[in-house]
Write a new protein. Sequence first.
Length: 112
Amino acid sequence: MKTCRPYLIHILQEIEYLLTESSPLSFEHFASDETRKRAFVRSLEIIGEAVKNVPDSVRQPYPAIAWRRIAGMRDKLIHVYFGVNYHLIWSVIQNELPDLKEHIQKILSENE
């Protein structure tokens, strides 16, 4: 656990950034802001890359987290240069990251 703790902390930091930055926005405001769109996509890429560094021994006790889906989204974002689905990006931030934040906080607190 000690070797992957920095990755879990990094995931949590990116989630907190995304939730904080998106909270005052509507989808329309987000979609019209090129800088935010790029920053939010990059944060999701970072989360996905960090997830890939969390070993199965840490992942297995937490099956509620869609580890493979998170890593898969990173792969799609990093390799798709045109046609990023910003509705999907927004949906993930608004609907999935709050739960992921709770799960990551739980993992960190249970493994201090």
